[in-house]
Design a protein around this ligand. Structure first.
Ligand code: G6P
Length: 368
């Protein structure tokens, strides 16, 4: 398929900007917005209510989408979740009991390790659900439950719009699972549908900070190491932020659970290490801020990404702040993906790397 960059300098930037539209497009399949209901999923030969455990397997950015989803499946549906990268899942001896749903997440639907893991799970009697962006892919064909993302072709090697679309589908799946298990009242269902429906507008709101992020990219571009911190569903987002930066700017970065930092990475902190803190205001905000203050006390240069209330409460003493629209915690991982993508992008541009085709990386890894 011929895809053009339009007015954008790189495919990656174009794809970042497409997110409000493609997330809306994806959500249309999963929500009946006007009725305030989830659209039923095409589940045929099994019953979501009977799912006793979910095993999530994926690679790279798709794996981090799965890690966010683990929080949702447990919180909404109270179903235990196991998650692993595909290359590990294949070579350990995972215990896959009857009544298990194995969930594979992949932009391409062709990643060799993920596909091998899918076939292994099937041979162990699991029902197979896949979240894929390429509907004609091998994984799509081998699924019992096909959950497409409608991100359109993604050309940039570093995944962006596929990630936020995966999150949208996974949130809808978590809600469907909760509903099937009788854990969602109609009022709660309406609330979830309403919050998810607000995601495209909030993604647009997040894109409005592009210039601010571009201006502060210099703080990060000169660094040798960068730390990303988050808690709860924003912890996988911290890892995704670090991955984006590594992939396209070649700066060493690590994503860490904010509360775990004192068990190691804090030893790295001095005034040459920027620390990107992802902290939307909400139930986990205070805890994350107290971890942030621990690194500030050691001279760390903090870039705080929060909303207006969060920046007002904790922005003082930060090297920079990025103010996101105020959003419901459910959609925060989608919305906060935008500033970490833009930050990686602008740092890479400042360093002059090949943003769309970073060295040593492939868009789709079809070898082990
Ligand atoms: C490669 C790409 C990543 C992607 C990963 C998984 O490493 O460079 O952007 O996240 O593969 O790909 P998949 O198509 O399975 O999501």
């Amino acid at each position: 398929i011929a895809v053009s960059k339009g007015n954008h300098r790189h495919y990656m930037l174009k794809e970042i900007y497409e997110q409000p539209i493609v997330v809306a497009q994806t959500l249309r399949t999963y929500l009946r917005r006007l009725e305030g209901e989830l659209a039923p999923l095409p589940v045929e030969d099994f019953d979501l209510a009977s799912v006793r455990r979910v095993t999530i397997v994926a690679c790279g950015t798709s794996f981090y989408a799965g890690m966010v989803a683990k929080y949702w499946f447990e919180q909404f549906a109270r179903v235990p979740v196991d998650i692993d990268v595909a290359s590990e899942f294949r070579y350990r001896a995972p215990v896959l009991e009857e009544g298990g749903l194995a969930l594979f997440i992949s932009q391409s639907g062709e990643t060799a390790d993920t596909l091998a893991a899918l076939r292994h799970a099937r041979s162990e009697g699991q029902k197979i659900a896949v979240v894929v962006n390429v509907p004609t892919s091998t994984m799509a064909r081998e699924a019992d439950l096909l959950l497409p993302t409608h991100a359109g072709p993604e050309i940039g090697v570093a995944s962006t719009k596929a990630f936020t679309c995966q999150l949208a589908v996974l949130a809808a799946l978590a809600a469907n699972l909760a509903k099937a298990k009788g854990r969602l009242t109609p009022a709660e269902e309406r609330e979830i549908v309403r919050h998810l429906s607000e995601a495209p507008a909030s993604l647009n709101g997040a894109l409005a900070y592009d210039e601010t992020i571009q201006e502060m990219a210099g703080v990060v571009a000169v660094a040798r190491d960068v730390l990303y911190l988050g808690r709860g569903p924003d912890y996988p987002l911290a890892m995704e932020g670090a991955l984006k930066l590594k992939e396209i700017s070649y700066i060493h970065a690590e994503g860490y659970a904010a509360g775990e930092m004192k068990h190691g990475p804090i030893a790295l902190v001095d005034d040459s290490v920027p620390i990107i803190v992802i902290a939307p205001s909400g139930p986990l905000f205070e805890k994350t801020v107290s971890n942030m203050q621990e690194v500030q006390a050691r001279g760390g240069k903090v870039v705080l990404i929060s909303d207006y209330d969060g920046v007002r409460a904790a922005g003082e003493g930060c090297a920079a702040t990025i103010t996101m629209p105020k959003v419901h915690p459910l959609i925060a991982p989608l919305v906060y993906a935008v500033p970490i993508q833009l930050l990686a992008y602008h740092v890479a541009v400042a360093k002059g790397t090949d943003v769309d085709q970073p060295r040593n990386l492939a868009k789709s890894v079809t070898v082990e």
